[in-house]
Each structure stands twice: as structure tokens, then as C-alpha cells.
Design a protein around this ligand. Structure first.
Ligand SMILES: NCc1[nH]cc(CCC(=O)O)c1CC(=O)O
Length: 328
């Protein structure tokens, strides 16, 4: 992770003199959530570096994840789907930086790319949205949960075996319409996304993160740049939030250890109090019938090591076939 102080200032003059062309081009998906996140990064860059907002362009890039809307992500290729085309644009120089939801990022980046900043993390929890029940407990026997997230499906099946899972994608409005049409009785979304879209009032209940632990890195926006672009990297790295970085890197190390594919439901949650870092991890069978979880504590510099160790611990507990069985 490059730091502000480590990077040379060689290109500062170029930046200040480029008045006619955008100084920087941000690449993002075109979904309302992605746009809101890109705008947040643009506003922060402008504020922190005193750049006029109109010198920072936002370029929308269509990704396979936006095009393939009818199948669950886990079937069509998982996390990389939202980032591949954007990373291609970064590689060709069409954009200078890419803004992503950290939880959508694969643990292995393409060569020549780096995550140079994690913005201060939002609320990590999932929101429960229903037009018929005020909490998961209040849902009727056999209620339908609309989600395409393997983690959320497994956690809800674990919570109540009688729940039925129906595939559900789309933005907040689409989901609410589906709920109104009776396609499902409840759905789940990250409260961070709802907050960024000023849609948090749609949440029926915010779920306790100990009952329904979030996806690794949920709620944290990240910025990706080219390794060889010191100027943009320096500007973007200045936005990074150290505590978020520590927590998200620990959670992503846990994910990296386990993520043979994206077919295993995985949850992680870290906390950082002073120097004390705690990392909780959970893996489940897709039907929720089996779950393995553990927690580790260490200091703030141990994050990645703890993530790998926690992953290994759960693999040892679950047995080597646990993850392999879902990949067949
Ligand atoms: N997979 C889509 C996605 N990627 C990031 C978020 C939420 C925002 C975040 O975690 O920062 C969402 C939507 C959701 O899960 O509700």
C-alpha cells in the first residue's frame, strides 16, 4: 500500500497547469450506487487537493456485471465481473483511477494495478427490507427471501430452515417493486449502499452484525490506480483512511485464503480499538446447514497474517472437502 509520504511530487506542476483538459478521469460503473461513490471520490479529491471539481471527469464504463442481469453473479463469474472492463480502461489510460466497492473486488488484481486507498468505512451492516414483517423473526413459515448473495442466502437458511431463497438482483427501486409484487417477502441490502443513495429510510431493520456478519470489506469504497502512475496514486492515496485500510486488508486476507471460487458463502468482520485488532470469520454451506466460525485478536500490524491464519483455521475445522464440494 503506497503512502502519501512515500511518493514523489514530480508531477505536481503538470497537474496545476492542465487547465483545459480534465486533470483526472475517474472510471466507474454506471449504477446509481457506483455513480454516488465516484462522485464522493471526486468531491474528496477536489477538497483535499484544492482542485476545481470540473477538472475531474467521471467516465462510465459498462461491465459484464451490468449487462448480465438475469443470473446470479456466482454463476457467471463472480467478483471480477464488475471490475474487468474498468481495469482494462485503467490499463489503456482511458481513465486514471477506478472507484469500486471493496467487497466486489477480487483478491487478486491484474498485473500493474494496485488499490492505493480505502475511504473511511461506512456502516458495515446489512439492512432487512420487507413490506410484510418488521424483522426476520416475524416472517411467516416458508417466507421467500429475495437475494442473489450466497452469504445472505446461507445465513438466512441457517437462521430459519423454512425460508425459501429466490434470486434477486437490481437496484433499490427494482427490489421494492418486486417486494410489492410478492416475488419475495423480504430482501437484504448493505446499509452503506442505502446511505450513499439517501435510501436508508427504506430499511425495515438494520441487522446486528453478530447475527448476520457482513461480506469481507463491506461498506468500504476503494480506489485502484496503475502502479506506474505515481501522480494519480499520490493524489488518491491521500484519501485513504488508515483504520479502514487495516480492517479491510485483514478481512481480504481471510477471503484470499478461502476463496477458491466465489461459491462459498463467506463473512468477515473486524474491529479496531486502539492497537487491538479483532477479526471474526465465518464460512457456511450454501444451504446454511453447516457453518464454521472463529475469532482472532492481535495488534493493528497483524491484520493480514491474522486473516490468513483465520482462513487456515476454518479450513482445518471444516475439512478440505468443505469448500471443494461447492465448486464441482
Ligand atoms: N454486490 C453489490 C454491492 N457492492 C457493494 C454494495 C454495497 C456497498 C458497500 O458494501 O460498500 C453492494 C450492494 C449490496 O450488497 O447491498
Amino acid at each position: 500500500m503506497p503512502h502519501w509520504a512515500d511518493i514523489s511530487y514530480q508531477d505536481e506542476a503538470t497537474l496545476q497547469s492542465s487547465q483545459t483538459q480534465p486533470a483526472l478521469t475517474i472510471g466507474t460503473r454506471g449504477s446509481p450506487l457506483a455513480m454516488a461513490q465516484a462522485e464522493e471520490v471526486r468531491d474528496l479529491l477536489s477538497k483535499v487537493h484544492g482542485l476545481a471539481p470540473d477538472t475531474i471527469a467521471i467516465k462510465v464504463i459498462k461491465t459484464s456485471g451490468d449487462i448480465i442481469l438475469d443470473r446470479p453473479l456466482s454463476e457467471v463469474g463472480g467478483k471480477g465481473l464488475f471490475t474487468k472492463e474498468i481495469e482494462r480502461a485503467l490499463e489503456t489510460g482511458e481513465i486514471d483511477l477506478a472507484v469500486h466497492s471493496s467487497k466486489d473486488m477480487s483478491t487478486s488484481l491484474p498485473e500493474g494495478m494496485q488499490i492505493c486507498a480505502f475511504l473511511k468505512r461506512e456502516d458495515v451492516r446489512d439492512a432487512f427490507i420487507s413490506l410484510v414483517a418488521k424483522s426476520p423473526d416475524h416472517l411467516a413459515e416458508g417466507a421467500k427471501i429475495g437475494t442473489s448473495s450466497l452469504r445472505r442466502a446461507a445465513q438466512f437458511k441457517r437462521f430459519r430452515k423454512d425460508f425459501r431463497i429466490v434470486g434477486f438482483r437490481g437496484n433499490v427501486q427494482t427490489r421494492l417493486k418486486k417486494l410489492a409484487d410478492g416475488v419475495a417477502d423480504a430482501t437484504l441490502l448493505a446499509i452503506a449502499g442505502l446511505n450513499r443513495l439517501d435510501q436508508d429510510h427504506r430499511a425495515t431493520l438494520i441487522l446486528d452484525e453478530r447475527d448476520f456478519p457482513p461480506a469481507p470489506a463491506q461498506g468500504a469504497i476503494c480506489i485502484e490506480t496503475r502502479l506506474d502512475d505515481a501522480r494519480t496514486t499520490q493524489l488518491a492515496a491521500a484519501l485513504s483512511h488508515r483504520e479502514t485500510e487495516i480492517r479491510v486488508l485483514a478481512e481480504r486476507a481471510f477471503l484470499e485464503k478461502l476463496d477458491g471460487s466465489c461459491r462459498t458463502p463467506i463473512a468477515a468482520l473486524s474491529t479496531l480499538e486502539g492497537d487491538r485488532l479483532t477479526l471474526f470469520g465465518q464460512i457456511l454451506s450454501p444451504d446454511g446447514s453447516q457453518a464454521f466460525e472463529a475469532e482472532m485478536t492481535g495488534t493493528r500490524t497483524d491484520g493480514q497474517q491474522m486473516g490468513f491464519a483465520l482462513g487456515e483455521k476454518l479450513i482445518a475445522e471444516a475439512g478440505p472437502d468443505f469448500i471443494a464440494q461447492f465448486n464441482r
